[in-house]
Design a protein around this ligand. Sequence first.
Ligand code: SAM
Length: 192
Amino acid sequence: MGRLKALEKYAEENNVPIIQKEGLNFILNYIKENKVKKILEIGTAIGYSAISMALIDENIKITTIERNKEMFSLATKNVKDFNLEKRINIIYADALEAEIKDKYDLIFIDAAKAQYIKFFEKYKSNLKENGAIITDNLNFHGLANNPEEIHSKNLKALVRKINNYKEFLKENKEFKTNFYEKGDGISVSKMD
Ligand code: SAM
């Protein structure tokens, strides 16, 4: 089994949410087409998306933030196994509290969905000119467009927050956002 496949299998067997194949391919194409070299990722989990992005080109450097200790440890081990520790810097912190000074070609938001607006507002100043913020899970497994199918209160609140984030992006005057029905729903926001 390929090593990336092994990570997919681990994620599935241990209920670790990782990006869907279609969404990942969309991002990998974006990175290739736009010659992205510096990436900030919010939400590492086991390092699957960071490793996949780093493998595209040896000049790509990634900083990725993870607040869960177990995930951070697993990601650190996985990144070492791929010999990518020089190009993937994993920061163990809550992304809402981390202090990141660098500027990036791409910021990939893939952490707690209820905080998407906060992540966007906090990290937009870390974008280089022409950079983009990509967000995953905007359809939330199809539930975002069918809120009547949800019975749990917590889930309803989460879906409301995701839909608020979409409205926030649509109405944003600083950024222009395109939405794509890829994977679990992806947006690409660029400074207008
Ligand atoms: N990007 C990963 C991939 O596709 O391989 C999947 C990330 S998973 C969907 C979300 C991760 O974000 C979880 O591991 C969770 O612990 C982390 N997370 C959630 N909120 C966070 C925050 N405020 N700061 C840092 N990490 C956070």
